[in-house]
Design a protein around this ligand. Structure first.
Ligand SMILES: Cc1cc2nc3c(=O)[nH]c(=O)nc-3n(C[C@H](O)[C@H](O)[C@H](O)COP(=O)(O)OP(=O)(O)OC[C@H]3O[C@@H](n4cnc5c(N)ncnc54)[C@H](O)[C@@H]3O)c2cc1C
Ligand code: SF4
Length: 702
């Protein structure tokens, strides 16, 4: 976007903006009692409550009077995002109090009158707010980043670092669909600090949530009832066992300290283009629309957030990123193959002290997956007696009766009784006597080097797992996501200040260690298309002897959605009921209807710890069927309704209709945002779109 349409106000413009009257209202009204202790930092409050409101109203750096008000009465600390529900309740109290102090803004919010409209055009802080459509706000930044994951936050931090180094001011904003930064982040996570060492080298002296170095590394091959120890192909020396959702919260605080503006609870639902087909930012979806499309009392129009550069950091299978890849033919442009994926299902357990070995890392291959299905499990000992355990299943599996959730959880009754992952005799002892704290699921990229699209489009770039930089043999993508964000940030800075071309990002990527890593690892995953044993042999040869010097590059097989066989080629798999001790059914894992469950507050808090998933029920479905007839015409008769099994949140259920005919019911409010349905549906008939911002899982230690 040119500077013509992006007038850039001076930083201290607040004094003469049209809100000054409002500021004085704040100052003369009574303040909360001085003995009231609110541990309710601004960022967290916004993230929890603001999704329903116009988010720019309470940003402290834009409203100095409010900022000083809050700073003097609410504790703001680096743990701002680490709120539990108890503090959220304190937050609500504080928020209502603040609302009482701001009758004007309160009214404009609740009557659905856009704030800038009710006050006239406002010029606030680093951006200008004006309407390009009736009742739709438009905000402008130099750089808009979609997604507050490792990639997006690294890009924001690097941009602001460069601004400091070169004494330039760029406005940078990050929108995040989770209610808080980290709420939608789920990973293993064994963390390789290479990119962080480059980005924030001082992290080791700070209180970063990276405190459990890897102490041991084991690799097992599981058979039905045994575990065989193999030479460990991983080298996790110098790496750490962390919770990625906690890590990104810390990164969020670092980014805000540098001046990045982060807006959790805002889902980017559309890309904005100019007349020349150039991306000029994103739009967030309208809120307060009911299932039937009518506006509810809480209706709030979405906003346009425009950027001179837009960076897409949505993670694996980003919904907007996929659209951009198609629109600009970025796969073809980068000579890339299709992307391939896996689904990761994970729990965090609290275990007995005697079983806990902080930093111990275990990976397994083989059982419970058959030899044609690529995947394996991980078990990482975190800090505080916590264990992270998960099963990763490649989504090119063939048997439509396979249920990844049950392979992770339960027993199978197909022959006699087969013990799936958590009941396996070698795994069970780790968990016995422990408690599940959280549950979640997310897809990850497995295409690697062969599947990276050209990551630049007119007006921006794709970074992190949206482009697919995960290193499959390492099962690590955090460090590469971060590095790609940093590289894109450096090029973006050059584009905005030195007239560089965004295409340089592609060149810098190919000269970086990301490329070197992914190139060396390129044949590992496709080798397993030939089966488990040939895959192990080829990858061992590559890993130990050739070290990436194979004179060829293997291609990936079919895209995941085409890999599912017809049901008639397989026998159904009967999984047993969970025992409620080691294994659990999906509703128990989700525990999302906290407000509808009649339990004590303590019980609710306990249950809520699991996946904490919730969406506003009365909203248009965010899981859309391109053709509503396909489930009953094709998916059920041909593939035995695989969506009812691969979805780890039981969103899809075939239930009898009035004529007693099976009909697909979509329980969209359960959705964990894993994106498996968008990837695996055999006819690519399911489109995953963003729901209202702030909905979905509420991970805190995943
Ligand atoms: C089960 C599992 C285990 C893994 N184990 C490891 C490991 O041990 N080590 C390792 O290094 N890596 C691991 N990874 C990979 C690692 O998690 C990813 O590589 C990394 O998280 C990618 O970072 P990202 O920023 O690209 O995307 P993400 O971390 O996915 O972040 C994307 C963010 O964007 C937000 N977002 C998406 N779309 C929108 C939108 N439209 N509007 C607003 N916000 C949006 C999301 O809510 C999210 O917060 C694992 C992944 C999984 C699933
Ligand atoms: S509906 Fe789709 S995205 Fe949501 S949890 Fe199920 S498979 Fe994952």
């Amino acid at each position: 976007m040119s500077n013509q349409v992006r007038p850039k106000p001076k930083k201290d413009d607040h004094s003469d903006n049209s809100l000054s009257g409002l500021s004085s209202v704040v100052e003369v009204l009574p303040l909360p009692p001085t003995n009231t202790k609110f541990y309710f930092p601004l960022a967290a409050r916004e993230s929890i409550i603001m999704p329903k409101f116009h988010f720019f109203l309470f940003k402290p750096n834009r409203f100095p009077s409010r900022s000083s008000f809050f700073n003097s009465h609410f504790a703001s600390s680096s743990s701002s995002y680490l709120l539990n529900r108890t503090t959220q309740r304190q937050a609500s109290t504080a928020f209502s109090y603040f609302h009482r102090l701001l009758p004007y803004s309160h009214n404009s919010l609740f009557q659905g009158i856009p704030f800038s409209k009710s006050l006239g055009k406002t010029t606030i802080g680093n951006f200008t707010s004006f309407c390009t459509e009736p009742d739709r706000e438009s905000l402008e930044y130099d750089v808009v980043i979609i997604g507050a994951g490792p990639a997006g936050l690294s890009a924001g931090i690097r941009l602001k670092q460069m601004c400091r180094e070169k004494n330039v001011d760029l406005s940078v904003c990050v929108v995040e669909k989770g209610a808080q930064v980290g709420a939608h982040i789920i990973s293993g996570n064994v963390f390789e600090p290479r990119a962080l060492d480059e980005l924030l080298p001082e992290w080791r002296q700070e209180e970063a949530p990276i405190s459990t170095p890897v102490t041991s590394d084991q690799f097992w091959f599981l058979t039905k009832d045994r575990a065989l120890s193999l030479p460990c192909p991983f080298n996790n020396e110098g790496n750490y066992v962390i919770s990625l959702s906690q890590f990104v919260r810390w990164m969020g605080v670092k980014a805000e300290e540098l001046g990045v503006e982060i807006y959790p609870g805002f889902a980017a639902s559309e890309i904005l283009f100019d007349a020349n087909n150039k991306v000029i930012g994103i739009g967030t979806n309208d809120m307060g629309i009911s299932k039937d499309g009518s506006k509810k009392e809480t209706f709030q129009r979405g906003v346009e957030i425009k950027g001179r550069i837009t960076l897409l950091a949505e993670g694996c299978r980003g919904s907007l990123s996929e659209k951009i890849i198609k629109r600009y033919n970025l796969r073809e442009k980068g000579s890339a193959q299709h992307q391939t994926y896996a689904l990761g299902i994970k729990e965090v357990w609290e275990v007995d002290k005697g079983k806990h070995q902080p930093g111990a890392v275990l990976h397994t291959l083989g059982w419970p997956l058959d030899h044609k299905t690529y995947g394996g499990s991980f078990l990482y000992h975190m800090k505080d007696r916590q264990i992270s355990i998960g099963l990763v299943v490649a989504l090119d599996y063939q048997n439509p009766f396979m249920n990844p959730y049950e392979e992770f959880q339960s027993l199978s009754l197909s022959c006699l009784v087969d013990q799936k992952l958590k009941h396996h005799p070698a795994i069970k002892p780790f968990l016995e006597g422990g408690t599940v704290i959280q549950y979640g699921a997310r897809t990850l990229n497995e295409g690697g080097f062969q599947s990276i699209p050209y990551p630049v489009f007119p007006g921006g770039a794709i970074i992190g797992c949206s482009a697919g930089f995960l290193n499959v043999p390492k099962i690590k993508g955090t460090h590469t996501a971060m590095k790609s964000g940093m590289l894109a940030a450096e090029v973006t800075f050059g584009v905005l200040n030195e007239g560089l071309d965004m295409d340089i990002y592609w060149d810098t990527l190919r000269k970086s260690w990301i490329w070197e890593e992914l190139y060396k690892a390129r044949n590992y995953r496709p080798a397993f298309d030939y089966g488990l044993i040939p895959g192990l042999a080829i990858s061992a040869l590559e890993h130990y002897i050739l070290k990436g010097r194979y004179p060829f590059t293997l291609k990936h097989g079919k895209p995941d959605h085409k890999a599912t066989n017809a049901a008639k080629l397989h026998s159904p798999i009967h999984y047993s009921k969970p025992d409620g001790v080691l294994s659990f059914d999906v509703p128990t894992s989700l525990h999302r209807f906290m407000h509808e469950i009649d339990t004590s507050y303590e019980q609710k808090v306990e249950l809520e710890k699991r996946s904490n998933t919730n969406h506003e029920h009365d909203q248009p479905p965010h899981l859309r069927l391109r053709d509503p007839k396909i489930p009953e015409l094709i998916n059920l008769p041909v593939y035995a309704g695989p969506e009812s099994r691969y979805c780890p949140a039981r969103v899809y259920e075939y239930i009898p209709d009035e004529q007693n005919q099976p009909k697909l019911q979509i329980n969209a409010q359960n959705c964990l945002h894993c994106k498996a349905c968008d990837i695996k549906d055999p006819k690519q008939n399911i489109e995953w779109t963003v729901p209202e911002g702030g909905g979905g899982p509420g991970y805190s230690i995943m």
